[in-house]
Design a binder for this molecule. Structure first.
Ligand code: PLP
Length: 441
């Protein structure tokens, strides 16, 4: 078999992509633009046509150290010399054990068992399974539903979809075939950082005999709306979970490894989850790997019940290359002075994005750790806005009415300024044309 396309210039194969390849959440009949990438280095994504873009997305929270990092490359190259993969059924290897030890040491003391999954969504599936198996094992098989939140996002597989926001969670189409769970209002706090948990506490009080676990993204709700909330909410929720015998699953797939300003977001509330999901930045954005950690109590109870085994085991679980690069990425994080870097990014995002508040299309500007969000009062048109950002020399990928950045921690002040200026420039242009666009509707 030989390829018939001419791969010597990107324009020759780019058209094939448009005709044959699904990109995330796209319509093949009305494709939004996709830009061929030649390489990526540090915070720079170099397009095939030679243009260079400052990366504002960390490839969806993952590439916290930037691209093509020598230490991460070396970890993979070294691991490749011994083995790229072996099955995890009946076999084990040093990279996996090292990573488990590290994750257990850097997360909450109660978390003592690790399940390695191959993507974030699968880590969430495993977390849900653990919670359900735990309740069955202790004779509480009626505790078989979850309590989630409006604006939640936990992934795209069926179990994970069922705990995403039922309306804006991008999955309402499937609601008939999804298990039905309870949904509380999105977490809210007042300006003093005091949470309002009246509604969620009512739900828990009323339904706890059928609730296995509460699942939520601590401090930052990501793809379901890029909302931030206060630590007090988590503290009060944890107390409710204990009071009503409900497990607490925290999904730190987006927030883990420093993004929200602490190594893990739940640490801001000084609480411990029963189950914790990690992913995205776990490998520094190199490979797909995720992990679900649980307490000893959960692991022991599942194992004493029927069938005793935790019923999950992906083909590529604990892939050695992925574990090796995860080990190197976490080492690098601790050596990198990430806390100061994230704090500096936060300060600069606050000042750099403040000017956007005066634009008529802007509803709200908010910053938390190395995450900057500009919420608009209308959804963006990706056909229009994506090329504008590329013209400005930045890679920023909005969704719905949210223009947001979470850059690699290695970004320098000039590069970060390029991101915030580009957002202001493009949104100014959008403000200028918005009335005309609106009147066309
Ligand atoms: C991205 C994300 C997931 C899903 O992870 P995938 O690796 O895309 O399957 C789950 N939960 C949260 C909070 C996420 O941000």
């Amino acid at each position: 078999m030989t390829n018939k396309l001419d791969y010597t210039t990107p324009s020759n194969w780019h058209a094939y992509d448009v005709e044959h390849i699904w990109h995330p959440y796209t319509n093949i009949a009305e494709p939004t633009p996709v830009f061929p990438v030649a390489s990526a280095q540090g915070v720079t994504i170099r397009l095939a046509d030679g243009r260079e873009l400052v990366d504002g997305m960390s490839s969806w929270w993952a590439a916290i150290h930037g691209y093509n990092h020598p230490a991460l490359n070396a970890a993979i190259e070294t691991q490749l010399q011994s083995m790229s993969h072996v099955m995890f059924g009946g076999l084990t290897h040093e990279p996996a054990v090292r990573l488990a030890e590290t994750l257990i040491n850097i997360t909450a003391e109660s978390l003592q068992y690790v399940f390695f999954a191959d993507s974030g969504s699968v880590a969430v599936e495993v977390a849900i399974k653990m919670a359900l198996q735990y309740q069955v094992a202790r004779g509480k098989k009626n505790k078989n539903r979850l309590l989630s939140f409006r604006n939640a996002y936990h992934g795209d597989t069926f179990g994970a979809m069922a705990v995403c926001d039922p309306v804006n969670g991008m999955h309402s189409l499937f609601s008939d075939v999804l298990p039905q769970h309870y949904f509380a209002d999105a977490p809210e706090c007042n300006n003093q950082g005091v949470a309002d948990v009246r509604q969620v506490s009512q739900l828990i009080e009323q339904h706890h005999p059928s609730i296995a676990a509460v699942i939520l993204e601590p401090i930052v709700q990501g793809a379901g709306g890029m909302r931030f909330y206060c630590a007090d909410y988590l503290r009060q929720l944890k107390a409710l979970c204990e009071q009503y015998d409900v497990l607490l699953i925290l999904d730190e797939i987006a927030t883990g490894f420093g993004r929200s300003g602490s190594l893990f977001a739940y640490q801001q509330a000084s609480i411990e989850p029963d189950i914790l999901c990690l992913g995205k930045a776990l490998t520094g954005g190199y490979m797909s790997l995720a992990a679900t950690l649980s307490s000893e109590k959960i692991a022991a109870t599942i194992s004493q019940g029927e069938p005793g085994n935790l019923m999950h085991g992906p083909t590529f679980m604990a892939n050695p290359l992925a574990c090796a690069v995860a080990n190197a990425s976490i080492d690098l994080l601790f050596r990198s002075g990430w806390q100061q870097r994230v704090n500096a990014i936060e300060e600069q995002l606050i000042t750099g994005l403040a000017v956007c508040k005066k634009l008529a299309v802007v509803n709200d500007v908010r910053v938390k750790g190395a995450i900057g969000v500009v919420e608009l009062n209308q959804a963006v048109d990706l056909h229009w806005i994506q090329p504008r950002f590329v013209e400005q020399g930045v890679w920023i990928r909005p969704f719905n009415n949210l223009v947001y950045v979470m850059p690699p921690y290695i970004i320098n002040p000039e590069e970060l300024k390029q991101l915030t200026s580009a957002i202001y420039n493009v949104l100014s242009e959008m403000t200028a044309i918005a009335p005309r666009e609106l009147s066309n509707c």
